[in-house]
Design a protein around this ligand. Sequence first.
Ligand SMILES: Cc1cc2nc3c(=O)[nH]c(=O)nc-3n(C[C@H](O)[C@H](O)[C@H](O)COP(=O)(O)OP(=O)(O)OC[C@H]3O[C@@H](n4cnc5c(N)ncnc54)[C@H](O)[C@@H]3O)c2cc1C
Length: 389
Amino acid sequence: MPRFPGVDYVQFDSLLSEQELLVRQTARQFVDERVVPVIREAYNQGEFPKQLIRDMADLGFFGANLEGYGCAGLNNIEYGLIMQELERGDSALRSFVSVQGALVMYPIYAYGSEEQKQIWLPKLQSGKAVGCFGLTEPGYGSNPSAMTATAEKHGGVWVLNGEKTWITNGGLADIAVVWARTPDGIRAFLVERGTQGFSTSDIHGKLSMRASVTSSLHFSNCEIPLDNQLPNAKGLRAALGCLTQARYGIGWGVLGAAMDCYETARSYTLSRKQFDNRPIASHQLVQEKLAWMITEITKGQLLAFHLGKLKDQDRAEPAHISMLKRNNVAIALECARFSRDLLGANGIMDEYPIMRHMCNLETVKTYEGTEHIHTLIIGEKITGISAYR
Ligand SMILES: Cc1cc2nc3c(=O)[nH]c(=O)nc-3n(C[C@H](O)[C@H](O)[C@H](O)COP(=O)(O)OP(=O)(O)OC[C@H]3O[C@@H](n4cnc5c(N)ncnc54)[C@H](O)[C@@H]3O)c2cc1C
């Protein structure tokens, strides 16, 4: 019997090619064998399981939907299925891979010079280098267009000043993609660890994404070569182009967390007995929650699949991806809450993955555009009226 029989409710798998099923199976096996045994401890200790970086690189997870430079060149369904399986393990793993691929490799791939691509993409793909993406600032999260970090040309160098915060992988990163204001508008720069005037400090005390490294980046008269600017990243639009890539992966990833919660609740309610020694799954109120979860997961899968097909044809618009991210995060969080409820007191224990997923999903709801911001993107798309201010 397959381990997850319940999440193929409308024969979703029949939409997948042999190759797509194989990619999913490979990622699922990696998560079962390498992530599940260590993630509870990593989460409790507040540490990213660094030993998995090389394994994920060897499996081709970094920049998996990019072509050339050692990348796997997978289609967007295969890429999405990898994200789903990783987040079934923990959002921290999916976040690491999202940042490395969609927020560091993608901008170099899409906006970098050929020399930048040759230098960095093979290193990032193989896990020999780790990257981070610095857009958010202490005063500017949902509205990065007001950023205050600056980059100015002085003689033969760019000089960076300012602070970025809430940066995933910041403390681990060998290279940071940093967005800063120049006299010509917002531009992106590659800043290597060890550059004078650049330092990082990790953020502690998180009750969510505990197995992920989150940091602040500090720039104080940090001088970088002129060649470290990404030549084709012009304006905030370029940064949003990266976020669209990452948000697509999130739309698939959170389904993995939702599936893990649903499966845990389904199997628990079939074995747990109350009132006349009957399984709690035999009660209508319990079945109503299970039915809601599998319905929403199935709808989320179909939306993700459709957008993957559109993305492969270069027809997926940012506002489409906003619907995917907003909807799938919201239903995943609700699945986690329902599942926690169905496990009763056991639902709060770290022996089960549910509270971990629930806490992680609170971050996923906020980062890469909050639920409100995606609502406004959809609202603007359907009315033509911008309602941010
Ligand atoms: C664990 C973690 C990892 C992260 N990783 C990264 C990373 O790698 N790189 C990076 O650059 N950033 C990262 N972020 C930052 C993340 O993208 C921001 O937190 C997010 O954009 C929200 O910004 P904020 O926290 O400043 O909230 P705010 O923008 O202050 O928003 C607070 C609340 O106000 C609401 N709000 C704001 N403006 C409006 C409006 N116009 N209309 C309606 N409601 C509004 C928001 O929806 C939210 O509910 C990460 C965050 C976390 C928690």
